[in-house]
Ligand binder design. Sequence first.
Ligand code: ZN
Length: 75
Amino acid sequence: MNQSSLELANQINITYSNIHHKEEEIVMLKQEITQLKKKLFNTCEHEWERDWDDRSCHSSWLCKHCKLYRNPNYN
Ligand SMILES: [Zn+2]
């Protein structure tokens, strides 16, 4: 392998590594959101209203303040 090909191959490996780290960060941030939603679910004084835009088959009651689903498993 010549020098410039070697450098390109290294750059590709480094970039893959960057993607991997960012994917790990995204997983952690999603977990953080899940925890924050659980706290919000327990602190908001919910007012439930029908979510007419919901095309999915699950519960379509949303809080008009915090926008969480009434069924906590869907948040
Ligand atoms: Zn709420």
